[in-house]
Ligand binder design. Structure first.
Ligand SMILES: O=C(O)CCC(=O)C(=O)O
Ligand SMILES: [Fe+2]
Length: 328
């Protein structure tokens, strides 16, 4: 496929991960496929990921039960300074969007789980290093969420070996960044908004801040991905798959070779939409600079090296209402 066609596809490509049971040549082929996709549209579906369907059913059920609780029960675990807990509807505005001038809050609510930090961990109490919060009186919720989160972390590590390969590194070449990854599991609920104004979104146009996002969506639809020609492409739900996209850190690692593609969500259907993005990011203390394999001869780095922790905190501090009291 030529680049123009790959940049402006009519549907997102599906990559078969073959439950990671491929040989070297198979891995190289998938890596080459990912390179083509991430250089152009920046988004794809992945199939045969090895994530058990029971875990997928379990996380949707957990999310529906959570969001069906009364507001009082949800607000009892309102998001804490460590970015863990419940985010009420319309409490974030993506003012840092590099894609659009965003003034309206996102029409969604969510439960956010991040990586566990033990109280005796030297990082404890530093930005984004604190306790998760769990709803009271929701039997089985914690188990379902923990199991799904663990499976997504495992899958993301395996996927990282394909990414490293695609970037000309040893398959384990990026592993050191993910010994203690920063992870976010966001269980989102988007109410139906069939009459939304043009600038009202469930999730306003943005790019993701981190490394990769692995998104589970239900059958409702509403996610759209911006093509190079400026048209928005629907990421129509495909059962049994996840949607994967490149975040800002991965784009910087590749010197912009791979795209951190803008996307947005609007639920114009007549029913509620549930989705669960898993954001798999490096440790807060990692510096992200252009990878040596991603510099062509004669080229120079297009981005200054950046500390992942600084990059993400600037965005969270600006975009989330609950942080404004603390940060002015
Ligand atoms: O809900 C979705 O489909 C996408 C959500 C998203 O883009 C995000 O949370 O960054
Ligand atoms: Fe996103």
């Amino acid at each position: 496929m030529n680049d123009a066609a790959a940049e402006n596809p009519d549907r997102l490509p599906i990559v078969d991960l073959q439950n990671f049971a491929f040989d070297e040549a198979g891995a190289d082929r998938i890596a080459a496929e990912l390179d083509e996709i991430f250089r152009t549209i920046g988004f794809c579906y992945i199939a045969n990921t090895g994530v058990a369907p029971e875990l997928v059913d379990g996380i949707f059920e957990a999310s529906r039960r959570f969001h069906a609780m009364p507001a009082e029960a949800k607000n009892a675990i309102a998001i804490n300074e460590f970015h863990r807990g419940y985010m009420a509807p319309k409490t974030s505005v993506i003012v840092t969007s590099s894609v659009a001038k965003v003034t309206k809050p996102n029409n969604s609510e969510s439960f956010m789980l991040m990586h566990e930090v033990a109280p005796d961990d030297p990082e404890w109490g530093k930005p984004l290093q604190g306790p998760n919060q769990w709803p009271a009186d929701l039997p089985g919720f914690r188990e379902a969420v923990t199991a799904y989160n663990g499976a997504l972390e495992t899958m993301s590590r395996r996927f990282t070996h394909l990414i490293a390969r695609a970037l000309g590194l040893d398959p384990a070449g990026l592993d050191s960044y993910f010994e203690k990854p920063t992870t976010y599991l966001r269980m989102l609920h988007y109410p139906s908004q069939p009459d939304a104004a043009p600038d009202e979104f469930g999730s306003a146009p943005h790019t993701d801040y981190g490394y990769i996002t692995v998104l589970l969506q239900d059958g409702v639809g509403g996610l759209e991905v911006r093509r190079k020609d400026g048209n928005w492409l629907r990421a129509t739900p495909v059962p049994g798959t996840f949607v994967v996209n490149v975040g800002d850190m991965l784009s910087r690692w590749t010197n912009g070779r791979w795209q951190s593609t803008p996307h947005r969500v609007k639920n114009v259907s007549s029913v509620d939409r549930y989705s669960v993005p898993f954001f798999f990011d490096p440790a807060m203390s990692n510096t992200i600079a252009c990878l040596p394999t991603c510099i062509e001869p004669g080229e120079s780095p297009r981005f200054e090296p950046v500390l992942y922790g600084d990059y993400v905190m600037e965005r969270l501090n600006k975009n989330y209402q609950y942080r404004h009291a603390a940060t002015g």
